[in-house]
Design a protein around this ligand. Structure first.
Ligand code: ADE
Length: 224
């Protein structure tokens, strides 16, 4: 999987050099390529935004630097091209599996009042939001998508890590415990220490269902 991220703020992507994603990049399991849109401006002052036609507050990202960057990075339109915006389809775990069917993703980060509409019409396949709230730009949403997708790429997580996780069966994950057996008067449930894997599986399944019913009944098709 190759993920190209187009942004005016490449320094914001330092977190993708850490932890699991950082290691997967160093090991060549995923390729994340952060591109500075400003490198593609034809303006002699390196300008990438301008006042909106019709007036109003804020600045709009210009079409030319973005269009030139996309054409240079994905000349044959091989990538699924996604623009991060609060107006988009709301991101969901099922979309992760959809994106894994592409070899390449291109994530365009808007900033200020967004991008010139012609960018969306000419170059973008879909607009995606990570939730019903407004952020200062698309950089954090791009990191969210890159992280969610990368963890399913072969070899990024250890075998088994993905098996029981939240949402994989529309259930939230069961509670987890580690040592010590007792902490401030609370003990690890007996069954988890029994060594009986049949019983442990049944307990975990029941806990996952109870947890989901309590916290997210909508996932079970029930009213909140
Ligand atoms: N840009 C600003 N807010 C956003 C959101 N909620 N999702 C995606 N991109 C955004």
């Amino acid at each position: 999987m190759r993920i190209d991220i187009l942004t005016l703020f490449p320094e914001m992507f330092e977190p993708l050099r850490q932890s699991i994603i950082g290691r997967a990049r160093r090991e060549g399991k995923i390729e994340i390529n952060v591109v500075n849109i400003r490198d593609y401006t034809e303006d002699k002052h390196l300008k990438c935004d301008d006042y909106p036609f019709g007036g109003g507050a804020g600045m709009v990202m210009m079409a030319q630097p973005i269009g030139s960057a996309i054409e240079a990075i994905d000349p044959n339109h091989e990538a699924r091209r996604i623009y991060l915006s609060p107006k988009g389809r709301v991101f969901h775990q099922q979309m992760v599996f959809e994106y894994l069917s592409y070899d390449r993703l291109l994530l365009l980060c808007g900033h200020y009042e967004g991008v010139d509409q012609r960018v969306l019409e000419l170059f973008i396949d879909e607009e995606v939001s990570i939730g019903d709230y407004v952020l200062t730009g698309g950089e954090l949403p791009a990191m969210v998508i890159a992280d969610c997708v990368s963890r399913y790429v072969d070899g990024v997580l250890s075998a088994g890590s993905l098996v029981d996780e939240s949402f994989s069966e529309n259930l939230l994950e069961y509670p987890q415990y580690t040592r010590p057996v007792e902490y401030r008067g609370l003990t690890v449930p007996e069954v988890l220490r029994s060594g009986d894997h049949g019983k442990i599986d049944a307990w975990r399944r029941a806990q996952a269902e109870a947890e989901t019913r309590k916290k997210r009944p909508d996932l079970l098709g029930e009213e909140k």
